[in-house]
Design a protein around this ligand. Structure first.
Ligand SMILES: [Zn+2]
Length: 253
């Protein structure tokens, strides 16, 4: 029996998915560090290493992670610590400076951080605006299930060459190569689509009736009714969630 046969298939499947999650989290963190070089997550230092002695300004909360290093004398080599800084060394390795229970600083490669800790760092980066919460979506159907064909550095996982044309992008929901745009841009496109939609279609979608706003047949009264009807439809649209808007846009193209 060889190595692969001895491992249950279900465990191999879990490990693959976990590896994908870890890879995605590390590449998000790398993207932020590539931009700022050094990112303080305890003190508000950016681009330069902190110095405890300078008494720099602190964030109100910092990511706390569990790191695993067999060289540690802790139980099983696990250690909980606060992340103070994220940076890359001269070899391009992504490291984090941790501060543990004993109060001293130590640097650990990002690969040693347990998965929950990686997600905790990503959440922190989103919370403090280092990662824009503006995901890529399929331009054709609005789906978030989109992939890109890129070249990465095998060691650092840094993206060396991104995807540029449609052939290098794929949407799992369309099951086709489609273009991708940021969610904010898709929302702007859909807002434009909504504004230019015919009144009758808006009535069908919203259930709001133009007749309910009409007080008479004069040009003035009709114009007044049109303004109030449009305003009611605009408010209705603004109250929809992003997913609801995408679903309406898809169904009424
Ligand atoms: Zn799609």
């Amino acid at each position: 029996m060889n190595e692969t046969q001895s491992k249950p298939v279900i465990i191999t499947g879990f490990a693959c998915r976990l590896e994908a999650i870890r890879g995605e989290a590390i590449s998000l963190i790398l993207g932020v560090v590539a931009e700022h070089k050094i990112v303080g997550t305890f003190y508000k230092n950016l681009g330069i290493h902190y110095d405890h002695g300078d008494e720099p300004e602190e964030y109100s909360f910092s990511p706390i992670v569990v790191t695993h290093n067999t060289d540690f004398c802790s139980y099983g080599g696990y250690e909980a610590a606060t992340v103070y800084e994220l940076f890359t060394d001269e070899r391009g390795r992504l490291l984090c400076t941790l501060n543990g229970e004993a109060g001293e600083d130590f640097d650990e490669p990002i690969e040693h951080i347990q998965t929950e800790g990686l997600l905790c760092i990503v959440e922190w980066l989103v919370e403090y605006g280092f990662i824009a919460d503006d995901p890529w979506r399929c331009e054709a159907c609005g789906s978030l299930a989109v992939q890109a064909n890129v070249w990465i550095d095998s060691n650092t996982k840094e993206v060396m060459q991104g995807a540029h044309n449609r052939d290098e992008h794929h949407c799992a929901d369309c099951d086709a190569n489609t273009c991708q745009i940021r969610e904010s841009e898709l929302l702007r496109n859909m807002d434009k689509w909504w504004r230019t939609l015919e009144g009758a279609v808006k009535e069908d979608i919203t259930g709001i009736r133009f007749e309910d706003f009409r007080t008479g047949d004069s040009d003035n009264e009709l114009q007044e009714a049109d303004i109030r009807f449009s305003e009611a439809c605009r408010l209705w649209w603004e109250q929809r969630s992003t997913e609801e808007k995408i679903s309406l846009w898809k169904d009424n193209q």
